[in-house]
Design a binder for this molecule. Structure first.
Ligand code: PLP
Ligand code: COI
Length: 361
């Protein structure tokens, strides 16, 4: 891959957002509320393969009511960020890893495979045309949302004969307000079962998690932590991020892959932690053991990680029977802070990229 070029047709927006309005949005973008002037679309048909790659003005879609995704939910997505430094270099973090995971999700949902270099080029096209939409403030970036759905028109239950791949972009600030987050341990709902779709980034996983997330909010928690579906005992992941624990013996632990999303941030954290001298262990973690280890001080820190969350410290776990505080005061622990700084500095280009993770545009 890499030598193939794709001919994107580019239609510039005749009505881009006015500079003053865009600057006002970039000063305080929130998360996923505002969108850039353009979007990418590529069609797939069972006979033609991928065709008509194009950059077009951002705008609504028109769908037949029998469009397959509206009934059987064949839909997958990715999440990644573009960072712009003060010297105007734009950086993507490991876009080829998102491209590879997209195809793993597609395979699980019986959808068409998208060539990885076409995925990356589609993202590049959108970032290039809308680079004026990348905020440069602390914690800010342009969130990129590649996605694909079944747009065949029929009601038969079978893989679609047509798919639409798209990329949209949204300027964003920090996903969380900054301090440590509180996490609700869901005992009523699970997210993924063995043999199910937990490792795929499909929209249905998120729909299934919304009620648990609402329960978390009712308990004044920012995120929900899911346990395994079989024994309701083993820690899996949160609604939209992976989880790590720091032990007092320079060990960092996280649940193994299988029914969880294989996070790209998770993978980078494991690599960086090893380089910083930690032993990194992927092993099943019983929630009751977590509570006991937090109380005894064996676990000193916990954090969430993902594209949106970056690395966010966890202050406490709440569950039906009580609250489990992490560390002394639930503040940003030193290990979490060092990992976060290390990651953010590579992503934003203020530290050298020794792993070939950064792709400049
Ligand atoms: N787990 C879930 C359920 C997610 O939605 C995400 C976010 O994409 C992650 C984990 C973290 O993955 P990544 O680090 O690739 O963003
Ligand atoms: C991401 O981090 O990209 C996600 O998809 C998670 C969601 C909370 C926005």
């Amino acid at each position: 891959s890499g030598d193939k070029t794709f001919d994107f047709t580019v239609t510039r927006s005749a009505h881009p957002v006015a500079d003053a309005k865009r600057e006002a949005i970039l000063a305080n973008p929130g998360f996923g509320k505002a969108f850039t002037d353009h979007m990418v679309m590529i069609d797939w048909n069972i006979d033609k393969g991928w065709y008509n790659p194009r950059v077009v003005p951002y705008g609504p879609l028109s769908l037949d009511p029998a469009t397959s995704v509206l009934h059987y939910a064949q839909e997958i997505f990715e999440g990644m960020k573009a960072y712009r430094s003060t010297d105007n270099v734009v950086r993507l973090f490991r876009p080829e890893a998102n491209a590879a995971r997209f195809n793993q999700s597609a395979a699980r949902m019986a959808m068409a495979q998208l060539p990885e270099d076409l995925f990356v080029e589609a993202v590049n096209q959108l970032v290039r045309i809308d680079r004026g939409w990348i905020p440069t403030g602390e914690g800010q970036s342009l969130y990129l949302r590649p996605f694909m759905f079944a747009n065949g028109v029929y009601l038969g239950v079978k893989p679609s004969s047509d798919y639409l791949f798209m990329v949209i972009a949204s300027p964003v600030g920090s996903y969380f307000s900054g301090k440590a987050v509180n996490v609700w341990v869901s005992e009523n709902y699970t997210r993924a079962a063995p043999g199910g779709t937990g490792a795929a980034k499909c929209g249905g996983n998120y729909a299934a998690g919304l009620l648990a997330q609402a329960e978390a909010s009712e308990h004044e928690c920012d995120q929900v932590l899911f346990l395994d579906a079989v024994e309701r005992k083993w820690v899996e992941e949160m609604g939209g991020m992976n989880i790590f624990f720091v032990r007092d013996d320079k060990t960092i632990v996280t649940p193994p892959l299988g029914t969880i999303l294989p996070g790209i941030t998770r993978n980078a954290v494991m690599t960086m932690a090893r380089e910083q001298g930690y032993t990194v262990v992927e092993e099943p973690l019983a929630i009751d053991q977590i509570y006991a280890d937090a109380a005894s001080g064996r676990i000193t820190e916990a954090f969430a990680c993902g594209t949106a969350a970056v690395i966010t410290p966890i202050g406490a776990f709440r569950h039906a029977a009580g609250t489990c505080r992490i560390g002394l005061d639930g503040s940003n622990g030193p290990v979490t802070g060092a990992l976060r700084d290390g990651l953010v500095n590579v992503q934003r280009g203020t530290a050298p990229d020794t792993h070939g993770w950064v792709h400049t545009i």
